[in-house]
Write a protein that binds this ligand. Sequence first.
Ligand code: TRP
Length: 330
Amino acid sequence: MDIVLSGIRPTGNLHLGNYFGALRNFKKMQYENTCYFFIADYHSLTTHPTPENFQGNVKQALVEYLAAGIDPEAATIYVQSDLPQTAELYLLLNMNAYMGELQKVTTFKDKARKQPENINAGLLTYPTLMAADILIHRSHKVPVGKDQEQHLEMTRTFARRFNRMYKVDYFPEPVAYNFGEELVKIPGLDGSGKMGKSEGEGNAIFLADDPKVIRKKVMRAVSDAGPTEKNSVKPDPIQNLFKLMEAVSEKETIDFFEEKYNNCEIRYGDMKKQLAEDIIQFTAPIREKIIELNANDVYIKKVMDMGKEKAMVSGVKTISEVRKIIGFRP
Ligand code: TRP
């Protein structure tokens, strides 16, 4: 069985795009592999969050992943800082990570541009910490988006470097976990590209949004005056509405509106009304679960404790083997 690991940003606010992009596939993945999911709270310190909502954000992320179908019995879901062995491996890997290669990383350059007043060492060594997350469980596969591929490439470099340096075959070189066909790109509501949290107000439907909010967002989605020629090609914003429908609606519903479109009889108001109701129906079980879990601190603590315990087993083992390989006192 492969060891699969995935890092989660402690922000909460998962949206439909996240769900169809990866989350939905995690549900199956977790029963076919040894899976580790962790909430990257160490990483989030690179942007200097205030302590007030720090815990809350970690909890919210955990709650939403559980609500979306992560099974804490099958997979190991833990908080990054509950496994300090990660930090020790990070320190050790940093000794063989070079300034030049770290400075070249795209995400570093972007972040440095975005927060010029706070270009801290954690930001520079973000890829080393990510490598530590992955290598601490000697993971084989990591489900990552395009924006994280360079980090994964560096993880392979660090793993190879360690193996070469100490003449061992200890760390596997992790590759991207590929969902292939199962990955569905969900467009945003603003008529342009994909659904995203940072794409502006109203572009994304969050799994925790209540029906009123969903109706409002969908009704405000960008559309146009409608086709004037039969069977015409759909402009992007209209294509987007249909793509959303394909994700959440019944086939008959989609066919109905396709036909209306092709006959130039479509009324986007009606289509959006239907789309909103179908999104509401689709997200309702997740949303209800989020509310239920948010009210159950005892259970959440139990999940965190259990995750920590399971993550420790593999983390402690790796770190003691690494220490031995490097030559520290046993
Ligand atoms: N960098 C990832 C992101 O921004 C989060 C992350 C941290 C991660 N450590 C990881 C992802 C290890 C995969 C594996 O989304």
